[in-house]
Design a protein. Structure first.
Length: 88
């Protein structure tokens, strides 16, 4: 079994695939967004709804990449911090 470090190095671990809404505020925020989206979709005709959902999908496609960039930045900062602490 590979270590987490090996999985990250080999590109087999993507934080966005393992992300969950742990914070209660984030969970509530997401639920509100989806409820709002559903209510909005009910006001649209079929063509408008299809166009809106297509745009929604395009916008949300980028989220895993943003999450991954945040993970990379945090990981690098953690490694730098460990080097500073252990190096002194």
């Amino acid at each position: 079994m590979k270590t987490l470090l090996e999985k990250i190095y080999d590109g087999e671990f993507a934080p966005s695939e393992h992300a969950r809404a742990y914070l209660p505020q984030r969970k509530a925020h997401r639920e509100h967004h989806f409820e709002h989206c559903e209510a909005f979709c009910k006001t649209l005709d079929d063509k408008q709804k299809a166009d809106f959902l297509s745009l929604w999908d395009e916008l949300y496609e980028d989220l895993p990449y943003a999450s991954c960039e945040g993970f990379i930045t945090g990981f690098k900062a953690g490694v730098q911090l460990m080097n500073e602490v252990l190096g002194s």
